[in-house]
Design a protein. Structure first.
Lengths: 179, 271
């Protein structure tokens, strides 16, 4: 960063980053993969003060995976698909008719609230790619607004758990929601 | 004399080369045995330890297909498809007869990549003889049926559902028909308005696995559509009781299965 501040166009970059953050305030961090880092497991999402709200309570103990607990969205994928159908996202078509998957990975805490959003993007050949940022921001915003998650239950205990939603795109349009 | 010398030197070279080859083979065998041991001791899936162990196993034994496959599994389950595919592709390249069906099944189940999954499953079907072929808890033809449904080809899907059932009956007997095979075929018949065929399949399903809520639920929907309200209500009430604890319902820990029902569906149908 010290080297960057000496550059003549540094103020322009700073202004661009600030305006981008204002324009797309809910843009989560894009990851290239879920490889273990710093001894964490595959797909762990440690707290990042630059991205995550300090008010989101979680992770005091083991954070389970969604498939290891009884949780998920009330009404399941079926209900999520219905919500998506009535959302402006379903009517959007990207100018580049691209296939692929945009995955938003996050945590559902013991109160059923969500946080720590991260994004992965692959094309139709399962290679890492990037979709237009405003579109990805809309996807993340859709996920952030979902408010009927069940806390994770297992053998009488309540857990925080990792969850993801994947938006499948065909020809630049969202056509499916997984898992 | 010179001829004998050349002959002896050639033999020496030959045996020397063979000796080297044997040593290399022995080292590779030892490395692959070590890889197998690392695999056994890697710990819980997705942990940093397991990933390190699998990296080491693959480095020791690059043809260790099982290691390539296992390394990718947590990535699929947690939403990193690029990393998963990179590793499973390697496993398929090394042992297509072992991993092609898995790749096909996972593409259909997790990614709704119906074309890609179907292609893998069909290719696998030509590689391996015998029946039935099972993958991911279902007959391979059930996954092909799901793929065809995703591609909106109901006729082909029906043919695959038929094949699933017919194959089980022919190979092993009617008691070996899968727990959901009549259910899925019946639901497709319901959607195609073959009500007589659907009802027969739902009755077969209930006879085969009475405690599965789904069979009663879909039978209830069908009866309601046929105007038989009391019978419909009885079926739906039975579905509700089974769903809420006395029985089972079709579900999967990782994905929503085709035509999966929720408590809200049963409540709505009973209104």
């Amino acid at each position: 960063m010290n080297e960057l501040t000496h550059l003549p166009y540094y103020p322009i970059i700073t202004l661009w980053v600030y305006l981008t953050a204002l324009a797309f305030p809910s843009f989560a961090q894009t990851l290239t993969d879920l490889q273990p880092r710093q001894g964490h497991e595959v797909g762990a999402i440690p707290y990042d003060p630059a991205l995550d709200s300090p008010d989101f309570k979680c992770c005091n103990g083991v954070v389970q995976q969604y498939y290891a607990v009884d949780g998920g969205y009330r009404g399941g994928r079926k209900r999520l698909i219905q919500l998506l159908k009535t959302h402006p996202l379903s009517g959007q078509t990207l100018t580049v008719a691209k296939n692929g998957y945009i995955t938003v990975r996050f945590i559902v805490n013991r109160d059923g609230q969500t946080g720590r959003f991260r994004v992965l993007q692959v094309d139709g050949n399962y290679e890492t790619t990037s979709f237009p940022q405003p579109f990805v921001a809309d996807i993340v915003a859709f996920v952030e607004e979902l408010d009927d998650w069940r806390p994770g239950q297992h053998q009488g205990n309540t857990y925080d758990y990792y969850q993801y939603l994947t938006f499948k795109l065909t020809d630049g349009k969202v056509v499916d929601l997984l898992p | 004399m010179e001829k004998w010398l050349i002959y002896c030197l050639s033999l020496s070279f030959l045996f020397g080369t063979c000796g080297q080859q044997t040593q290399q083979e022995a080292e590779l065998l030892l490395d692959c045995e070590l890889a197998e041991r690392l695999y056994t001791e890697m710990g819980s899936q997705g942990s940093a330890r397991s990933q390190h162990y699998l990296d080491s196993a693959i480095a020791l034994c690059p043809t260790f297909a099982k290691g390539w496959r296992e390394k990718g599994v947590p990535y699929l389950k947690r939403g990193d498809y690029a990393t998963w595919m990179k590793h499973l592709n390697k496993a398929v390249e090394l042992e297509p007869e072992t991993y092609l069906d898995i790749r096909g099944w996972c593409k259909v189940k997790f990614l709704h990549d119906y074309e890609g999954g179907l292609a893998d499953l069909q290719r696998y079907d030509t590689l391996i003889a015998g029946s039935p072929k099972m993958v991911g808890d279902f007959n391979i033809y059930t996954w092909m049926a799901f793929a065809k449904l995703g591609l909106q080809d109901s006729v082909a899907a029906m043919a695959y559902f038929d094949k699933t059932i017919d194959e089980a009956v022919a190979a092993l007997g009617p008691e070996w028909v899968g727990n959901y095979d009549y259910l899925y075929r019946g639901i497709l018949k319901l959607e195609l308005k073959d009500y007589k065929g659907a009802l027969a399949d739902f009755d077969r399903q209930i006879n085969h696995y009475e405690k599965l809520a789904d069979g009663h639920y879909y039978k209830g929907l069908l009866l309601a559509r046929l105007g038989k309200k009391e019978q419909a209500n009885a079926s739906l009430q039975r579905a509700k009781v089974l769903f809420n604890g006395e029985g089972y319902h079709a579900q999967d820990p990782y994905v929503e299965m085709p035509w999966q029902i929720y408590a809200e569906d049963i409540s709505r149908a009973l209104q």
